[in-house]
Ligand binder design. Sequence first.
Ligand SMILES: *[C@@H]1O[C@H](CO)[C@@H](O)[C@H](O)[C@H]1NC(C)=O
Ligand SMILES: *[C@@H]1O[C@H](CO)[C@@H](O)[C@H](O)[C@H]1NC(C)=O
Ligand SMILES: *[C@@H]1O[C@H](CO)[C@@H](O)[C@H](O)[C@H]1NC(C)=O
Ligand SMILES: *[C@@H]1O[C@H](CO)[C@@H](O)[C@H](O)[C@H]1NC(C)=O
Ligand SMILES: *[C@@H]1O[C@H](CO)[C@@H](O)[C@H](O)[C@H]1NC(C)=O
Ligand SMILES: *[C@@H]1O[C@H](CO)[C@@H](O)[C@H](O)[C@H]1NC(C)=O
Length: 354
Amino acid sequence: MQHRIFQVLIIFLAPLIQALLTASACQELLIPVPVNVPRYNINVTVKDDWDAAAVTSNLTRRDAGNITSPLPITGMTKEPVASEFIVGATYCGNGSTVLILSHGIIESKLYWHPNLKGAEKYSFVDAALKAGYSVLSYDRIGVGSSSEQVCLARIATNLLIGAVRIDGLKDAQFQVQTAVLDYITTHVRQNMGAHKVALVGHSYGAYLSAASANHSNVDSVVLTGFSGFFDHFAPFVAGAGLRVAKMHDPHRWGSLNSTFLTSSDLFAETYVYFKEPYFEHRIAKWTHEVASEPFAVGDTGSGFAGTVRCFCLWRGARSIGVVNNLLAGHNLNLHKVAPDAFKIVFEFLKSQGV
Ligand SMILES: *[C@@H]1O[C@H](CO)[C@@H](O)[C@H](O)[C@H]1NC(C)=O
Ligand SMILES: *[C@@H]1O[C@H](CO)[C@@H](O)[C@H](O)[C@H]1NC(C)=O
Ligand SMILES: *[C@@H]1O[C@H](CO)[C@@H](O)[C@H](O)[C@H]1NC(C)=O
Ligand SMILES: *[C@@H]1O[C@H](CO)[C@@H](O)[C@H](O)[C@H]1NC(C)=O
Ligand SMILES: *[C@@H]1O[C@H](CO)[C@@H](O)[C@H](O)[C@H]1NC(C)=O
Ligand SMILES: *[C@@H]1O[C@H](CO)[C@@H](O)[C@H](O)[C@H]1NC(C)=O
């Protein structure tokens, strides 16, 4: 009898101990990120779902992947615009090789580290820690814990410092997001003791990683949910059934500006991100109900369509690997094949000395 109780205890304790270890190996950070780049002027009003439907229509027109401005861009600021964003990040591990993880659209940094029970196999963060890496996942600006920027105001002789919301048209733009990632890379090297840095991106985060790697000091890049082209952009945008987030779920997103959009429901999100029968329904449900966060209309502007068309990046690469035979939908990490995918990523990095 005693023996039996002992065994039961072990079974229940083992996951608990692991959870505690994982938690204590991670810390939540708020990183001030100064950015100074020009901004597009996007002349569009998005105040309700009629506008969301109009934006969807423009983004999915027949030649949308072929034009530089699927949104009405009226130009670019002549001068760079200086801002200081407050970026929320989760840093785990103590290794000197750091993987910086950039998530995609209608996602958050939780994509890399699902926080529901029995989802350990889907955690890229846990797999990376086991493989000896440190990981820094962050919310893209405009998303979740990265929704604010520093605001300075001078009243008479007093300088006041406060925080204001990130603007869904003027701030959340491709080249701004890229500059944020550039800064985080430098920060991790200079202030967090990283000797080697690899960028790992998913979807929009993969496009950002590719653009950032083109001009910053990184040792390797891993792009997932990425083709380099926009051939399948239209079914993705149309299938998501974009809605104004604050009206769609006032309880969760009532404080957001109407320029932030999300998907219409669980099944629209499943259509764009998951492939039957290679995933568990509970994981898709968690994605929709917990991990997904609205994205800003500015992020889908010309910065997206215009900046990343040329992949001259590969010309300078010492080595390239391409994998396109894993049984999964767009959200690769959240399919049953995830452990195999993670293994491929770490084997590639190690083969490159990273
Ligand atoms: C912006 O759009 C509005 C309405 O379509 C138009 O009246 C205005 O001239 C546009 N502004 C610029 C700078 O193009
Ligand atoms: C859609 O595109 C048309 C033509 O370029 C433009 O006039 C209109 O403002 C755009 N609407 C939205 C909501 O993007
Ligand atoms: C895309 O652009 C190319 C080059 O300008 C042009 O030849 C082609 O017809 C365009 N395709 C579509 C679908 O608009
Ligand atoms: C790094 O973490 C490992 C395991 O969590 C621990 O054994 C090791 O002492 C740590 N190293 C440093 C330098 O903190
Ligand atoms: C990389 O930089 C080159 C030269 O500035 C540019 O032409 C190209 O578009 C960039 N590629 C990416 C992926 O940003
Ligand atoms: C929402 O964002 C738009 C576009 O940047 C801005 O013009 C508008 O003032 C914002 N509305 C509110 C209520 O903050």
